[in-house]
Design a protein around this ligand. Structure first.
Ligand code: FA5
Length: 342
């Protein structure tokens, strides 16, 4: 047994002297210390050694195993350190190179104005709610008093996605939803996109943003609607703007009206933006129709309310003297960079 141990030790000493790299040392580790290696083999042969010699032989084998393990680990660590040092030596970092430039995003002008408008309404006690862009015919039309064959449906050319499902034509689709979840007093604004299959012009697009306002309580009158509109316009434009209410028809309000602003682009003289009329329509509004309140399980004998839907792009056109609504969606940075504060 002792001869075998000595022979193994000599063989190992010889092998380890030739160790030059990590790969080699890993092979040596496998050769001597694996389960099928010579050390384990000697352990197995211990059972054939006379019992009085067995403890002594066991100790020799163990001492050899510890010595081999220590040397292998030592070289293993050294080769790893050498490899890392070589890697670092070959890696060059030029700290004088300019860093990577980070581009900061900015809010689109429409988003900035939406935020501003929502702030104004929040200050006046309106909370913000959101309705879906894709909705059913029921919420977009039927619950708002547009029966299936109602001629007013033609006022809003609709993108249908499947029978009964559509891209909402206005943010008024929030009205029936909100009455399903809240009971009066209700005072909400709902911002979002609206979609219409219309011809694109300087003042109209196939998609645009609206803010719906919906206010129901006891004793709400037309005077409340007017006061709310006046307060928001004064705050938004920061100056007196000339307005006019025109009677209009929407099946879900009675009476209904549209609010025009004296065109700020041409000071009322007439231009492409206001279609030479001197006025630009910015919102539709009215007192909520009793049928709509009933659809929402609210008693019109007890409660009344007003609603409005304002066109955000139109307000931005007016406030900043922008002549064409198409500029908002063309992604021309020369245009968008003019509003970088958001
Ligand atoms: C409506 O959409 C009604 N839902 C508004 C309403 C709400 C009335 C609550 C009564 C009560 P109208 O189609 O007029 O109404 O659109 C409202 C505003 O959205 C318009 O005044 C205009 O500012 C804007 N708008 C409408 N169509 C377009 C379009 N194609 N492009 C850009 N803005 C538009």
């Amino acid at each position: 047994m002792q001869n075998s141990i000595d022979a193994l030790k000599r063989e190992f000493d010889c092998d380890i002297q030739n160790a030059k790299d990590l790969k080699y040392i890993e092979e040596i580790k496998l050769k001597y210390l694996s389960k099928k290696g010579p050390i384990q083999q000697l352990m197995k042969e211990l059972k054939d050694v006379p019992s009085e010699k067995r403890p002594e032989c066991g100790k020799w084998i163990n001492d050899l195993k510890v010595a081999i393990t220590e040397q292998v680990e030592l070289l293993h660590t050294r080769f790893i350190e050498e490899e890392e040092a070589n890697l670092l030596k070959n890696e060059t970092i030029d700290i004088t190179l300019p860093g990577k430039r980070r581009f900061f995003g900015r809010k689109h002008i429409i988003t900035q104005v939406l935020d501003e408008l929502l702030n104004i309404f929040s200050e006046n006690g309106f909370s913000v709610q959101y309705g879906p862009d894709i909705d059913s015919d029921y919420y977009n039309f039927e619950a708002l008093n547009f029966s299936h064959d109602h001629p007013a449906r033609d006022m809003q050319d609709t993108f249908y996605l499947s029978p009964g499902m559509l891209l909402r034509t206005h943010t008024s689709n929030i009205q029936a939803r909100i009455m399903e979840t809240e009971k009066p007093p209700i005072r909400i604004v709902a911002p979002g996109r609206a979609y219409r299959n219309e011809t694109i012009t300087a003042r109209s697009h196939v998609f645009f943003h609206q803010i719906e306002g919906f206010f129901v309580d006891r004793g709400v009158t037309f005077a409340d609607l007017r006061a709310t509109m006046d307060a928001f316009l004064a705050k938004f434009f920061g100056k007196d703007v000339e307005t006019r209410f025109r009677p209009s028809y929407f099946p879900f309000v009675e009476p209904g009206l549209e609010l025009d602003i004296r065109c700020l682009n041409c000071a009322g003289a007439g231009c492409q933006l206001c279609k030479q009329t001197g006025w630009l329509e910015i919102l539709g509004a009215g007192m909520i129709h009793p049928e709509v309140l009933k659809n929402g399980d609210i008693d019109p004998e007890v409660f009344s309310g007003f609603a409005f839907g304002l066109g955000v792009e139109r307000l931005v056109l007016l406030k900043y003297g922008i002549k064409d609504i198409r500029l908002f969606t063309e992604n021309d940075l020369r245009f968008l960079k003019q509003w970088t504060s958001g």
